[in-house]
Design a protein around this ligand. Structure first.
Ligand SMILES: CC(=O)SCCNC(=O)CCNC(=O)[C@H](O)C(C)(C)COP(=O)(O)OP(=O)(O)OC[C@H]1O[C@@H](n2cnc3c(N)ncnc32)[C@H](O)[C@@H]1OP(=O)(O)O
Ligand SMILES: O=C([O-])CC(=O)C(=O)O
Length: 376
């Protein structure tokens, strides 16, 4: 074993085959089932269409889109015991801890959980995509001591999430921006959380266990947790005039700037192109341009000094902030979208399964003789 090569962090290692998502990290391209994300966004696709595409491999026709949209709408309500659970969790839990716990518990209330057929797994995936936004929005209301706002049937998934946060129907620009954000975060090949989901599924464990693994993995600040850290950084800097000096100091102190760098992209992350534009447009509309201005300064300095580009988390932070969304739920919002990709990957893993079990290059002591405790 020891003379085999390995890559720290499995960098660029191909760990399996997939037909779901393609990334060209040099060209900055992201493709879902053959469709470029720029095309999906520019043609104003809905998130529901993208969910269908990821699960089934084709864009839906009108009938198929109506059917998945109806299924997703009809499955938004949580089991009453899950609402009770949300109310009973410690008040200082983070929204990602709550999401991980409630999704894990939801498996016990899912009538299909003991059935691992593709049909049952599509029904479970539908419930997960439909209910994760409800879990996040309900918890957000409860966390603030407010009553929950039940989902509204005629809303799209994007509109409904924003509606459940405030009780107000979102304006069309916000709803469109949020729908785009959901599309952009939907899938990203074998990123850490998706890989965690696939490793769990590959033991033939159930879909909820796989998704619970994925949520725990997304939570970390090197992955989905970075979007919250970006906003905390912008809030700490406070004003555009302070941004350049702040970032230069941070870099001089070898600090990582959250929202920059990526394991796969060596150029602009194609999602950042849309999110940058959305952050600018929504900031102008809300009369809150300073977060975008600050972000632009940070982007320039980090690129000049480190040659790094913003990733998906950088401009999503200021976009959500000017939409009035609390920083604490930026990573759960990522999960509201990525659940579409996670479930697509779990379905793909089951359809062509092999246990995922790599080896470690053991570099510890090879052989020792047991020493009785009184002689140590
Ligand atoms: C949805 C997502 O998961 S997107 C990623 C979200 N995460 C973040 O935004 C956190 C900040 N970024 C990072 O920590 C990294 O860029 C990662 C984890 C995303 C990718 O990491 P890796 O591919 O392992 O790159 P690695 O950490 O080895 O960085 C390579 C070099 O760039 C530097 N670098 C990478 N990212 C950053 C950053 N954000 N700020 C400052 N320097 C950075 C590293 O310090 C390292 O420099 P060195 O060679 O002088 O030591
Ligand atoms: O691909 C990755 O490493 C991280 C990720 O999930 C993304 O960028 O969306």
């Amino acid at each position: 074993m020891s003379n085999q090569t390995y890559k720290a962090g499995l960098e660029d290692v191909i760990a399996g085959v997939s037909e779901i998502c393609f990334i060209d990290g040099d060209e900055g391209r992201l493709v879902y089932r053959g469709y470029d994300i720029h095309d999906l966004v520019n043609h104003q696709a809905t998130f529901e269409e993208v969910v269908y595409l990821l699960w089934h491999g084709e864009l839906p026709n009108k009938e198929q889109l109506d059917a998945i949209t109806k299924d997703l709408k009809e499955n938004r309500e949580l089991h009453p015991e899950l609402v009770n659970l949300l109310k009973s969790l410690p008040k200082d839990s983070t929204p990602m801890e709550v999401l991980r716990t409630v999704v894990s518990t939801a498996s016990m209330y899912d009538p299909d959980n003991k059935d691992n057929s593709r049909e049952a797994n599509i029904r479970k995936a539908t419930r997960l995509v439909a209910q994760i936004p409800t879990i996040v929005a309900y918890n957000e209301r409860l966390r603030k001591g407010l009553d929950v706002i039940p989902p509204k049937k005629d809303n799209s998934l994007a509109e409904n999430f924003l509606y459940m946060l405030t009780g107000k129907q979102p304006n069309p620009l916000e709803a469109r921006a949020f729908n785009i954000a959901l599309i952009l975060h939907a899938d990203h090949e074998w990123n850490a959380s998706t890989f965690a989901a696939r490793v769990t599924a590959a033991t033939l464990s159930d879909m909820y266990s796989a998704i619970t693994s994925a949520i725990g993995t997304l939570k970390g600040p090197l992955h989905g947790g970075a979007n919250e850290q970006v906003m905390r950084m912008l809030l700490e800097i406070g004003e555009p005039e302070k941004a350049e000096e702040w970032v230069k100091n941070a870099l001089a102190n070898k600090q990582k700037i959250m929202g920059f760098g990526h394991r796969v992209y060596h150029t602009e992350d194609p999602r950042a192109t849309h999110l940058r534009q959305m952050s600018k447009e929504l900031g102008e509309r809300e009369g809150q341009t300073k977060w975008f201005e600050m972000s632009q300064i940070i982007e320039k300095v980090v690129h000049e000094q480190k040659g790094l580009y913003p990733n998906v988390d950088f401009y999503s932070a200021s976009t959500y902030y000017v939409m009035g969304i609390d920083v604490e739920i930026y990573t759960p919002i990522f999960a509201c979208s990525r659940i579409s990709g996670w479930t697509a990957h779990v379905l793909e893993q089951y359809s062509n399964n092999r246990l995922i079990r790599p080896r470690a290059d053991y570099v510890g002591v090879k052989r020792r003789t047991y020493v009785p405790i009184e002689q140590r």
